[in-house]
Design a protein around this ligand. Structure first.
Ligand SMILES: Cc1cc2nc3c(=O)[nH]c(=O)nc-3n(C[C@H](O)[C@H](O)[C@H](O)COP(=O)(O)OP(=O)(O)OC[C@H]3O[C@@H](n4cnc5c(N)ncnc54)[C@H](O)[C@@H]3O)c2cc1C
Length: 273
């Protein structure tokens, strides 16, 4: 099986701040990590390789510093890691990102053989749209299985998964090639082994720039290919809640009705009486 895992390097969300003047994220000095969902995607790919053989190729599109994220994926066991980077790709929204990643996956297939499965995270910690996985699937004409919580079986050219829905689980089967977007519940991410860390330290990620995609449509990449406009970003206001300790259910009920919670929950005054 040839599995491609899409990973994005993101700022550690516990350290994120917003420039109140420009409304943009302040990334300087913020440590970067591999998007957590993508590590679960990589783990799923490594487990499939252990069961069925084959190879795992990791692809990221991002600035040169994303090389660090790729080395981490090598330390965990990926066979190869590709950095798709070029100033011309910069400023991409999800439309342009999924276009370039789809082209990179086609190139990975030309380089290492046909791709059976593409795995992406459910969403990223920073952009958070959850659009890139489905965008890639549409562009490559792949079946897409989103919100995957468990890979039940891969038998021949069929894959069966459990998808988490708001009100339950759905078991879905489709043919390969396919694309999955995965949840954290799918597995526990392994730790890097010492040989893995040594391999990662020696590894130089493969770099593809615009020049490596002679047929790419330059009107669909980077800022030019990105119609999304972010009109405003802000940090949600943290509401300070007054804590009052009451004794007994009647007092608790009364105290609850003294807040605006019943109104926010849509409860009627009759219910309170
Ligand atoms: C030079 C350069 C600079 C960039 N700078 C930034 C930047 O400052 N901020 C920023 O957010 N983005 C940057 N990007 C990347 C790109 O703009 C975003 O990745 C894209 O908009 C993703 O949106 P999202 O975070 O909502 O993804 P979602 O749709 O939430 O992501 C879902 C899943 O798709 C996959 N995925 C998403 N993005 C990528 C990616 N880039 N590479 C591989 N897999 C991916 C992951 O598996 C992820 O879990 C840059 C790209 C380049 C080439």
């Amino acid at each position: 099986m040839h599995i491609v895992v899409c990973v994005k390097q993101v700022p550690d969300s516990r350290e994120i701040r917003i420039d109140t003047k420009t409304g943009t994220l302040i990334r300087e000095g913020v440590p970067s990590i591999v998007n957590p969902y993508d590590l679960h995607g990589l783990e799923a790919a490594l487990q499939l390789r252990e069961q069925h053989g084959g190879r795992v190729t990791v692809i990221t599109m991002g600035p040169p510093m994303a090389e660090k994220a790729l080395k981490e994926t090598i330390s965990l066991g990926a066979d190869d890691a590709v950095l798709v980077t070029d100033r011309k790709f910069g400023g991409a929204d999800t439309l342009a990102t999924s276009y370039v990643l789809a082209e990179a996956i086609r190139k990975a297939a030309d380089t290492w053989g046909p791709v059976d499965l593409v795995i992406a995270g459910k969403q990223t910690l920073d952009g958070d749209t959850g659009q890139v996985g489905p965008g890639i699937a549409c562009r490559l004409g792949l079946q897409q299985l989103t919100y995957v919580e468990k890979i039940v079986a891969v038998e021949g050219r069929r894959i069966r998964v459990e998808r988490r829905l708001e009100d339950g689980l759905e078991v879905v089967e489709t043919s390969l090639p396919a694309l999955l977007t995965v949840l954290k519940e799918i597995n526990t991410v392994r730790r890097a082994s010492l040989p893995g860390m040594i391999a990662a330290a020696r590894y130089k990620p493969i770099v593809w720039t615009v020049a490596d995609f002679p047929d790419i449509d330059v009107t669909k990449i980077g800022l030019k290919g990105s119609p999304t406009v972010v009109s405003r970003s802000w940090v949600p206001e943290v509401r300070k809640v007054d804590t009052t300790y009451v004794d007994g259910a009647a007092e608790l009920w009364e105290a609850l009705w003294a807040t605006d919670l019943p109104e926010r929950l849509g409860w009627s005054a009759e219910e309170g009486a």
